[in-house]
Design a binder for this molecule. Structure first.
Ligand code: SF4
Length: 600
């Protein structure tokens, strides 16, 4: 059942006693000042059984703990320790010094419930509502900047041999669970124990310089994978279509099948490794949603992409999403902008992006939705020859004029092409007369092909939109947008500071949770700093003695113990004043002695 915090504050609660010591200007002090305002327990009622069970830990407290966890970038185990022993967390949570507010599993269960009931976004939206309430977020229209950054996936990335071995292990686990056998025992029975060592590749006693031996190992793994898939198929037949057992085996078998298809191809003399990398290759069995992505043309990463929308005036993050690591930056950008409007209730009048958003397909999608997109048109790599921009295309007259002043109206359809959004369109090009080009003094700067060929200039299906954008990016007015776009880069840097560069969880859904929590903290700290509710240096304390060079940092075990000693003195003083020293000595000595037991 839903547990609710009392509206009445206790005399011994840490925020009552130590708020100034921890620092009103710190994030912890700021959260303490928002107690009962940022989250209300009743908002989370749908996550709990209405009429059965014990009272839960108040959800407003656990939600605040999730924010602290995102701010301090700590694990669940460390979050539990800090809630138990760190005075800064106790102040932020508004609990007594001796309280141990929740178990690690409570934190995990609450997170799972938020994800299952799609309530994580509600927590993020709360940060935007707070910005509204304080008056920091104003206006009815905004200019929004969009951008992405990469997130390294949580799953272990393996080469094909070990990846297939991991896939086999997953199916073996699902099959062995049917009769309660240990997976290693089940594997031994079916002569698959090779895959339960530390590394198939590392343990294989072959000469890795010998191609035939490598191929023989691969063929053995593929044969075993085929055998396991057949066992899975037979086992599935014994269960109804919608049973969890059948589903579990099906998922593991499907993954193994995908791994085989992406990395192995059949040849006359048996299976062999595929040349190149499949576009949608799964690099990790432990997180099958990870993908190979590119930071640049030469640098790669394995994981996901974080996409954000940022209000360029307030610098608030107004929407976030997680994309596959191999998705183009503009994937789902229109939906993300719409989500930004839902989250803020403010209309996005202009969307600003870099050249990754400047392709014709994205421009057309925005134009169709009645929206304005400002993004640079992507450049072309063939810098040695006249680029398309040096030709003048007159769409009304249907002509193209080259740098030498020659005009052509010959437009040819040469097939079909697809854009980055997967839309297929006819490929059309203006064709210059080969005879004219052959006599042209500029030919060497214009055409790479041999004599007898004329220059061709592609006509884009969204040529008018691209021409408009090219003209705008050369105007003075474009400078303002170039500057505004940096807001997204700055906020992505803040998210990276809050730990989103490395995913803490497996899968995109949980990584989205991490991103939303980091964005919530980024927004809250921004608003609090700008509205002078928090010190400009995140985490700094007005109490300089706590941050003095050479002294232990606040939150270290030494300082925490110091706080407890100080706490004891303060509590003694208060209770002595209220109840008298004799009462304090008799009633609290045993209670406080627990605080100094080993492990505190
Ligand atoms: S090579 Fe042909 S298209 Fe190029 S500048 Fe000369 S005439 Fe124009």
């Amino acid at each position: 059942m839903l547990g609710v915090r009392s509206a009445q504050r206790g005399l011994l609660e840490a925020d009552h006693l130590y708020l100034d010591y921890v620092g009103r200007g710190s994030f912890y002090g700021f959260l303490a000042s928002l107690r009962g305002q940022l989250f209300q327990d009743e908002e989370f009622a749908e996550l709990y059984c209405p009429d059965n069970g014990r009272d839960s830990v108040p959800p407003s407290l656990v939600a605040t703990a999730l924010l602290l966890q995102a701010y301090d970038k700590v694990s669940d185990a460390e979050a539990k320790q800090r809630a138990d022993f760190d005075i800064r967390w106790k102040v932020a949570l508004g609990i007594e010094v001796e309280d141990r507010p929740f178990a690690k599993s409570t934190l995990q269960l609450f997170r799972a419930q938020l994800i299952l009931h799609d309530r994580v976004r509600a927590i993020f939206q709360r940060s935007l509502q707070f910005a509204r309430q304080t008056g920091y977020l104003k206006g009815r229209r905004m200019k929004a900047a969009v951008d992405t950054t990469f997130i390294l996936g949580r799953g272990a990335v393996k080469d094909t041999y070990n990846l297939l071995a991991d896939g086999i292990v997953q199916v073996v686990r699902a099959l062995s669970a049917l009769d309660g056998t240990q997976p290693a025992d089940w594997a031994r029975k079916w002569a698959l124990d090779l895959y339960f060592g530390s590394s198939v590749k590392g343990e294989a006693e072959i000469n890795w310089d010998n191609g035939k031996e490598r191929r023989a190992l691969l063929q053995k793994i593929v044969a075993d994978a085929g055998r396991v898939l057949e066992l899975a198929r037979q086992a599935q037949g014994g269960f109804p279509a919608d049973s969890p057992q059948r589903q579990g085996i099906g998922e593991a078998a499907e993954l193994l099948g995908q791994l085989l298809l992406q990395d192995v191809e059949p040849q006359e003399d048996g299976p062999a490794l595929k040349d190149g990398v499949s576009r949608d290759r799964i690099p990790s069995v432990h997180d099958p949603e990870m993908r190979h992505g590119r930071k640049s043309s030469s640098k790669r990463f394995d994981g996901h992409k974080a996409a954000v929308v940022v209000d360029t005036d307030s610098q608030l993050i107004t929407a976030v999403d997680i994309l596959p690591g191999n998705a183009s930056d503009n994937t789902g950008v229109l939906e993300l902008v719409e989500q930004s409007e839902e989250n803020t209730g403010i209309e996005v009048e202009e969307t600003i992006g870099d050249a990754a958003y400047g392709d014709g397909g994205t421009r057309q999608a925005f134009a169709d939705a009645g929206r304005t997109l400002i993004a640079k048109v992507p450049g072309r790599p063939n810098k040695a020859y006249f680029p398309k921009e040096d030709f003048h295309i007159d769409l009304e007259a249907g002509t193209c004029t080259c740098p030498a002043g020659n005009v052509t109206s010959t437009l040819r359809t040469t097939g079909t092409r697809s854009n980055r959004l997967g839309q297929v369109y006819p490929s059309q090009s203006f064709q210059f007369d080969p005879a004219v080009c052959g006599l042209c003094p500029l030919r060497d700067q214009c055409i790479a092909s041999r004599k007898g060929k004329g220059r061709t200039v592609a006509l884009h299906p969204q040529e008018a939109l691209l021409q408009q954008a090219r003209a705008f990016q050369q105007s003075e007015a474009f400078a303002e947008y170039r500057q505004r776009r940096q807001a997204a880069e700055h906020r992505l840097a803040r998210l990276v500071q809050l730990g989103v560069r490395q995913s803490r969880y497996f899968g995109r859904v949980k990584t989205r949770f991490q991103l939303l929590m980091a964005a919530t903290v980024a927004n809250l700290t921004l608003v609090a700093t700008k509205m002078e509710m928090m010190s400009p240096t995140p985490g700094s304390s007005p109490n300089k003695s706590a941050d003095r060079p050479g002294q232990p940092a606040a939150g270290s075990p030494i300082v925490t113990a110091g706080f407890i000693l100080a706490a004891t003195s303060w509590v003694t003083l208060i209770l002595c004043l209220r109840l008298g020293p004799a009462h304090w000595l008799s009633s609290t000595s045993s209670r406080h002695s627990r605080a100094f037991q080993p492990g505190f």
